[in-house]
Design a protein around this ligand. Structure first.
Ligand SMILES: [Zn+2]
Length: 343
C-alpha cells in the first residue's frame, strides 16, 4: 500500500478527556490475524433458570429469596467489593504507603425478570425503566454518608467477564472518586481555564457538527463513536442538555436517552449478528458536590476490533498507557449505520 492510500487512516488524534494521544493505524487492519477470534455461544438460555441467583423467587447465597419481581429489581450485592461494614484499617504503613477501609455500598440492578434477554431485546420502555431506577438509586445513595461517588456499570457477555448472564448491572457507591472521572474533571478544569468553555459541550457540538460518527439521535440525546475513540465500537451517549449527574435529568430526558441507548445497542447486535458483548458505564460527576463542568453520559466499550475478533491490549496499551487503534471511528460508524432502517 502506498503512503498516499493511507491518508486519513494512519494518524494520531488527541483525546481531550483523557489528555493523551490515540494512534490510528487502520491501514494495518487487513494483516493476517489468527488469534482472538471468538465463537458465539449458541445455547439458548431459558427465560427462567432455577440455578440463577438473580431470577425471581430464587434462593441467594445468604439465605434470602428474591421476590417475584416483574420489573427492575435492586438489592445489596451478596459479594460486595465495597461495604459500609468493611474492616477498619490503619491509614499509613511505615509513613509512606497508604491504605484505608474499602468503604462503600455495592448494589445489583436486575433489568428484567427474564433470564434470557438483554437490553437490546426488550422494548425501549424497559430501558427507560432501568435508567429511571438508576436515577432514583443514585439520588438515594448520594444522601448516605460518606458516599462521594456513584459508579454504575454493566459487564455484558462472557468476553467482558460477566459472572451471570441474567440481565443486570452493578452500582459501586464509594467514598472516593473513580480515576477516569477525576481525569475528566482535571481535563475539564484546564480547558475551562484556557477557553472559558465546557470540554464536554465542545465534544457534543463537534460531533453534531461533523455528523459522520453519529449512531443515533433524537431531541434529547445523541450517541456517537467519538473522534478520539480508543475502541472500534466505543460509543458515548450524551443528553443534549447539560447535567453533571443522572440525578437532574427530567423524565422526558431519561426517555430520550433510553431510546438512543436502545437504538445504539440494537445496531451493535445487528452488526454482529448476535448479542454483542460490551462494558457499559454511567459516567457522572461526584455526587456529593456535582461539578458543573462534568456532563453525565453512558459509555459503551465493546472489546472488539470487528465482530468475532477481540481487541487485545498489548504493550503500548497495557504498559505504555497509549492506545493503538486498528480502525477509524468514521468507518465503524458507517458500518453500524447500515442498520439504521431496522432500529
Ligand atoms: Zn436469571
Amino acid at each position: 500500500m502506498s503512503i498516499e492510500n493511507t491518508v486519513g487512516r494512519w494518524e494520531k488524534r488527541w483525546h481531550p478527556l483523557r489528555q493523551e494521544w490515540v494512534v490510528y493505524a487502520a491501514h494495518r487492519n487487513s494483516r493476517p490475524w489468527t488469534t482472538g477470534t471468538t465463537d458465539q455461544d449458541t445455547n439458548l438460555a431459558p427465560a427462567y433458570d432455577p440455578s440463577c441467583y438473580l431470577c425471581p423467587t430464587n434462593l441467594r447465597i445468604h439465605g434470602d429469596h428474591n421476590p417475584d419481581y416483574k420489573g427492575v429489581y435492586i438489592f445489596d450485592n451478596d459479594h460486595p467489593v465495597v461495604g459500609l461494614n468493611a474492616p477498619d484499617t490503619e491509614v499509613f504503613v511505615h509513613d509512606f504507603y497508604q491504605k484505608g477501609p474499602a468503604t462503600g455500598i455495592a448494589r445489583v440492578v436486575c433489568y428484567d425478570p427474564r433470564h434470557n434477554v438483554t437490553l437490546s431485546d426488550v422494548s425501549p420502555e424497559v430501558v427507560n425503566n432501568v435508567l429511571s431506577a438508576l436515577q432514583t438509586e443514585t439520588i438515594r445513595l448520594s444522601k448516605i454518608h460518606p458516599i462521594k461517588s456513584v459508579f454504575v456499570f454493566e459487564n455484558k457477555g462472557k468476553e467482558c467477564g460477566v459472572s451471570n448472564p441474567h440481565p443486570h448491572c452493578q452500582i459501586y457507591a464509594t467514598d472516593f472518586v473513580f480515576r477516569t472521572v477525576q481525569t475528566h474533571l482535571d481535563a475539564a478544569k484546564t480547558y475551562r481555564l484556557q477557553s472559558g468553555k465546557s470540554i464536554f459541550g465542545q465534544i457534543l457540538q463537534s460531533e453534531i457538527a461533523d455528523q459522520v460518527r453519529i449512531i443515533a439521535e433524537n431531541d434529547q440525546a445523541v450517541a456517537f463513536i467519538p473522534f478520539f475513540a480508543r475502541y472500534a465500537y466505543e460509543v458515548m451517549i450524551m443528553p443534549k442538555n447539560h447535567h453533571p449527574t443522572i440525578m437532574t435529568l427530567s423524565s422526558e430526558e431519561i426517555k430520550g436517552l433510553a431510546e438512543v441507548y436502545w437504538q445504539t445497542i440494537r445496531k451493535l447486535d445487528l452488526n454482529a449478528g448476535h448479542t454483542f458483548p460490551y462494558v457499559m458505564s454511567l459516567m457522572q460527576s461526584p455526587t456529593d458536590q456535582p461539578d458543573l463542568d462534568y456532563w453525565m453520559y453512558l459509555h459503551i466499550l465493546p472489546p472488539y476490533r470487528a465482530p468475532g475478533l477481540l481487541k487485545y491490549l498489548g504493550g503500548p496499551e497495557s504498559n505504555g498507557g497509549t492506545f493503538m487503534a486498528d480502525t477509524m471511528p468514521e468507518e465503524k460508524a458507517l458500518e453500524l449505520n447500515r442498520f439504521s432502517a431496522l432500529v
